[in-house]
Design a protein around this ligand. Structure first.
Ligand code: ZN
Length: 215
């Protein structure tokens, strides 16, 4: 359906939704960790909400295809693997047509690499698999709303479509804090769907941070 000027305007009025859970340990006397898995608690400090950062400009999670919904299950399986090495459980897969050409999970702690987010790793693998950095025919399916770095990587890859799970109102750059996928000042826009299997993704991330606090 053709997007109207009114829907563009609605998009501009979009504001981050109200927070349902506050994960920040306010008043905590615990020292802020400098490194290691616990540092992720502070760096991500995820706020999860059932209200999705979708706008009239973009289709809702109900419009994800069956293939994309299945791909999200694969991405959630990838996210679980990140728990094995103390990384925040975020997983991503890249679809070209009906085929998954790349699947990765967050490895920032494992590789001590600040750029080793699941999305960046999956985009690199997908580019290697298809032999081109241009991923216009690809869909990135990721369990958590991408951050500014990852949204920027999607734009650099000229990604065709992005599907994400839970919104991240503290760091999300695809509708929560920013929407780099639809900024007319940039040279590429990406079709976007948010909120696919959002509860399952949010549950996993919340469980990760709760376990860290109990440790
Ligand atoms: Zn990221």
């Amino acid at each position: 359906m053709h997007r109207t000027a009114a829907s563009q305007s609605d998009h501009c009025r979009f504001a981050p939704p109200a927070l349902h859970h506050d994960h920040q340990p306010k008043g905590s006397s615990r020292a802020r960790p400098a490194h290691g898995p616990v540092a992720s608690l502070w760096l991500y400090d995820l706020h999860v909400t059932a209200d999705l950062p979708t706008t009239s400009r973009y289709p809702s999670s109900r419009e994800a295809t069956g293939i994309e919904t299945s791909a999200m299950s694969a991405a959630l399986d990838e996210a679980r693997l990140a728990l094995g090495h103390g990384d925040v459980p975020v997983g991503a897969v890249v679809l070209v047509g009906d085929e998954i050409v790349a699947r990765r999970h967050n490895e920032r702690e494992l590789s001590r690499d600040p750029t080793a987010h699941a999305e960046v790793l999956a985009l690199r693998d997908a580019a290697a698999a298809i032999g081109s950095w241009r991923l216009g025919d690809a869909t990135l399916v990721v369990t958590l709303e991408p951050c500014a770095m990852c949204a920027g990587a999607c734009i650099s890859a000229r990604l065709g479509r992005l599907v994400f799970g839970a919104p991240d109102t503290k760091a999300g750059a695809c509708g929560s804090l920013y929407n780099l996928c639809a900024d007319p000042r940039l040279n590429h826009e990406i079709a976007l769907i948010g909120g696919v299997a959002a509860d399952r993704s949010a549950e996993m991330v919340e469980g990760f941070f709760q376990a860290l606090r109990r440790a």
